[in-house]
Design a protein around this ligand. Structure first.
Ligand code: ATP
Length: 274
């Protein structure tokens, strides 16, 4: 990791009508780190990352990606990043190779490099052997890895993932993460990820921001956040990251139905693709 800032948000605020989805968000993601944006449904995670991707408009100077302004240099920002949205982005009627090739064209991968880059992206997510099968025959975990390959084919410096493992079984979740971590180790790319799964964040993220009702309530390494709570409790117990979140979010979690176990909506990728 270097000291270079991959993402900087300063005073980011985004509203949908009267609903303030993101409120005064200050964030900086260091180049090369895996940064997790955590929180229950409605916390503002998706809105925040959609501002970083330039899909939602923000005022100049509010969001920068590797120094490029998301408001005034939108195309430059887009060229730096790969984005795996929560919604399905693979076409069930195409093979995996065709899906990734489509993204290579959209993201302007030079024509003479495309075949090789598509093969590399599929290989990076462990789909070489299944590359010529229709995506409609894939399991949920394979679809997620295919979507990862689609985002990786443009060799992004910043990979943004919105709930990459939602609805997957534990083995498929581990598979998705292992491929993300292997690509990150090989390329040094920065990863910005949203998740409800505190255990995954604890295991894979270098730093996390705990978001609730549009605001960041705590920020740090998973270890430091757990250690701080342990020191505050002083009862010898070993708190989890979920315990930290419950403490910083207070009663608000229950009031708005934001219990973590309640919000693990099933993405059911395989079903939707099939
Ligand atoms: N297009 C929209 N129109 C109106 N309100 C929206 C829209 N998108 C999000 N919101 C509202 O903004 C707030 C933040 O939503 P957001 O999707 O950013 O949260 P989130 O933490 O990503 O949750 P989720 O995991 O459900 O995506 C919520 O109150 C949500 O209802």
């Amino acid at each position: 990791m270097s000291d270079e800032q991959a993402v900087v948000c300063e005073g980011l605020r985004y509203s949908f009508g009267d609903t303030v989805a993101v409120d005064s968000l200050d964030l900086s993601v260091v180049s090369g780190e895996v940064f997790g944006l955590l929180g229950p449904n409605g916390a503002g995670k998706t809105t925040a990352i959609r501002c970083v991707t330039t899909l939602l408009p923000v005022p100049p100077g509010t969001v920068r990606v590797f120094g490029r302004d998301a408001a005034t240099e939108r195309m430059a920002v887009r060229r730096l990043l790969g984005y795996v949205p929560q919604q399905l982005s693979a076409d069930s009627g195409l093979t995996a190779r065709e899906n990734v090739a489509l993204f290579a064209r959209v993201f302007d991968v030079p024509r003479r490099e495309r075949r090789e880059r598509v093969a590399q992206a599929l290989d990076a997510v462990g789909l070489t052997d299944a590359a010529d099968r229709m995506a409609g025959t894939y399991s949920g975990g394979m679809v997620r890895r295919l979507e990862l390959a689609q985002a990786l084919v443009s060799a992004p410096r910043l990979l943004i993932l919105d709930e990459p493992t939602i609805g997957l079984d534990p083995i498929a979740r581990t598979g998705v993460w292992e491929h993300i971590m292997a690509v990150r180790a090989a390329t040094g790319m920065t990863v910005l990820v949203t998740t409800h799964y505190m255990d995954e964040a604890d295991q894979y993220c270098d730093r996390v921001a705990l978001m609730h009702q549009g605001r960041v309530r705590a920020l740090g390494t998973p270890e430091s956040l757990r250690a701080d709570l342990r020191a505050r409790r002083a009862d010898g117990s070993a708190p989890t990251l979920e315990d930290v979140f419950r403490e910083v979010a207070g009663s608000g979690l229950v009031e708005d139905g934001g219990e973590f176990r309640d919000v693990r909506r099933t993405r059911s990728t395989a079903t939707r693709v099939g």
